[in-house]
Design a protein around this ligand. Structure first.
Ligand SMILES: [Zn+2]
Length: 259
């Protein structure tokens, strides 16, 4: 089986341009993952996984996050770049802004949150939930693209699939959240549980409820497509800059976590 050390998880409206791509299917203890394409991006071997399935048929609350992360891990992936379409809660943000979250708040209620359901009881540290090394690389590449970039954002995750109400958005803003999406959790946590580096690359497709007139999935997907070239350029540049030596703690996550 073809292997890759870098993974890209593509969100709504995003697929990646690859050289020499081969599509493969990976079975996992949690069920099948969507078809993964292994090829070359930014000069390096990359595995691309479309989060919602090849034909975008899985809604956010039905995605098999464990299967997705497990499949990438099984392919040898150590470092994950995940793209996420988000709505802006922070009124300074605008459509088209690029966001690299530094922290998250999890408001999902109906998702399996862990690989560690049994003994030994395992509590992982998420003081820095997103890999600091990948964050620096991605932020630099995003800034070089000339776009508006936010590097200190708090990501709020809801179950969906409906959008949020204006009252919910007011509450989330009060809690210090900057952007809202439906797919960032538990993906980031599951990656950390398998000692992978993970960074989220968000792009603002809309202002959240109460900050614009009406939310339309159609417009959001159209906006994602428009941003696609920018996302690809930034990811190419970031992947070029990734070194194989990991100087972050992600690869040692499980040390001292077991009771
Ligand atoms: Zn890391």
């Amino acid at each position: 089986m073809k292997k890759a050390r870098i993974g890209i998880i593509g969100g709504t409206g995003f697929s990646v341009l690859m050289e020499n791509g081969t599509t493969i299917r990976v079975g996992t203890p949690y069920g099948p993952a969507p078809a993964i394409t292994v090829g070359v991006v930014g000069g390096k071997g990359v595995a691309f996984l479309p989060r919602h399935g090849e034909k975008h048929t899985q809604p956010p609350h039905k995605i098999n996050y464990r299967a997705n992360i497990w499949a990438l891990h099984a392919l040898g992936v150590e470092r994950v770049f995940a793209t996420n379409a988000v709505g802006a809660i922070n009124i300074k943000y605008r459509r088209g802004d690029l966001v690299v979250p530094v922290d998250f708040i999890d408001f999902t209620r109906n998702r399996v949150q862990t690989f560690y359901d049994e003994a030994p009881v395992t509590h992982i540290d998420v003081s820095e939930p997103y890999c600091p090394e990948l964050r620096n690389i991605l932020l630099q590449a995003a800034e070089d693209s000339g776009g508006r970039v936010w590097g200190d954002a708090v990501y709020l995750c809801t179950d969906g699939p409906r959008y949020e109400t204006p009252a919910e958005i007011r509450m989330f803003r009060g809690l210090g959240c900057d952007v809202v999406g439906m797919t960032g959790l538990p993906e980031v946590v599951l990656a950390r549980e398998l000692e992978m580096c993970y960074v989220s690359f968000c792009f603002v497709t809309n202002m959240a409820a109460g900050l614009q007139e009406r939310l339309s999935a159609e417009l959001i997907i159209e906006d994602s497509r428009k941003l696609k070239n920018t996302l690809q350029t930034v990811l190419d540049a970031a992947i070029k800059d990734v070194s194989w030596k990991r100087s972050c703690y992600c690869s040692r996550t499980l040390e001292g976590t077991r009771v």
